[in-house]
Design a protein around this ligand. Structure first.
Ligand SMILES: [Zn+2]
Length: 341
């Protein structure tokens, strides 16, 4: 049984490869953060090594060991460090050399060795070159699964060696039903399903891990208050985000996405399409705010947030990018942020 929601097409592709015994040496699983890439990769590793009659059975020792990260032939490589220190900034050459070495040995217990490379877009250039050599001459009984939400950042040479499988955002109703099944109250399930933008992993964490929704509320509040802030306060916020970026870039990426979602909602409310807003619990505030800003101001905010996100992706100086963003975000009443003392 494949334990993943809303990815029937991706599952069917992998299932077909298994049935035809035509499994590729390397797969690229592409999709937004927390849409289910890791779950799918682990399910696939189970299917490749399952000892039951209908793989992945979820009942045999191999399936169990893979589910609890204890199978010697299934290895996850990524930015997280084992001792819980701050995440690495990139996947280094040392990590890929280790993979290369392990890939050259036959499987210990299972039929296939599976290497799952999480956040593959963060492979250092050296690491990517090293991985490429292995992908060009893949050892027998080894399968690579590269996971990414930003495939445009991967070298074309790597992409060309991988069989691409796309994970699309999961329909809101499916996620809402999943949350209801897990015991989430209906109103909260509706809000979280909408906020998750098709990513069940985020939705489940948001209902189970206490501070995810609180963090979202804090961050939303910060974006909301920026509208009335002068340039000094705005630059202080830019400095705060830049420092956070240094520790945990994904948190800042999430904050910028949240800001985009907020301004997108303002556009919807202003255009009379309030039923489509993402921040369902903020309808009243959105209605007030939408009256304050003009169309060009809202569009400029959206454009500036998107530009900032792209520049950070390309490793521009975070402090500079965020300060430019703060200068460009509209101020209530229509003045330029820097114009008020
Ligand atoms: Zn099994």
């Amino acid at each position: 049984m494949w334990r993943i929601v809303g990815q029937d097409r991706a599952v069917a592709q992998l299932q077909a490869a298994l049935e035809r015994q035509a499994v590729a040496h390397a797969y690229l699983l592409v999709g937004p953060p927390q849409v289910g890439k890791m779950t799918l990769a682990l399910n696939f590793a189970q299917a490749l090594n399952c000892e039951g009659t209908v793989p992945p059975c979820q009942e045999c020792p191999a399936c169990g060991r893979i589910a609890s990260s204890q199978h010697p032939d299934v290895l996850v490589v990524g930015l997280l460090t084992e001792n819980g220190n701050r995440p690495r900034k990139e996947i280094g050459i040392d990590q890929i050399r280790e993979v290369q070495h392990l890939a050259s040995l036959p499987p210990f217990q299972g039929r296939s060795k599976v290497f799952i490379i999480e956040a593959a877009e963060r492979l250092s250039q050296e690491a990517a070159n090293c991985l490429l050599k292995t992908l060009e001459e893949p050892p027998p009984r080894v399968v690579f699964a590269l996971l990414t939400s930003q495939e445009q950042l991967l070298p074309p040479t790597i992409l060309s060696r991988c069989h691409r499988i796309e994970l699309a955002p999961v329909p809101e109703g499916t996620i809402q039903a999943l949350l209801a099944q897990r015991g989430t109250a209906p109103e909260l399930a509706r809000l979280v399903a909408r906020l998750s933008r098709g990513c069940p992993g985020w939705a489940v964490s948001a209902t189970e891990v206490g501070d995810i929704l609180e963090e979202r509320n804090r961050s939303l509040d910060a974006w909301l208050r920026l509208g009335g802030h002068d340039i000094g306060e705005r630059f202080a916020y830019a400095a705060h985000l830049a420092a956070q970026f240094d520790r945990d870039r994904s948190a800042v990426e999430a904050a910028l996405k949240l800001g985009q979602g907020w301004w997108q909602d303002l556009l919807l409310v202003k255009g009379g399409a309030a039923e489509h807003i993402t921040n369902l619990d903020q309808a009243a505030t959105l209605a007030q705010e939408a009256a304050v800003y003009t169309w060009p101001q809202i569009r400029k905010a959206l454009y500036s947030l998107e530009a900032a996100r792209r520049q950070l992706e390309l490793n521009a100086n975070p402090r500079l990018v965020l300060e430019v963003l703060m200068l460009n975000l509209p101020r209530k009443g229509g003045e330029v942020a820097g114009a008020t003392p």
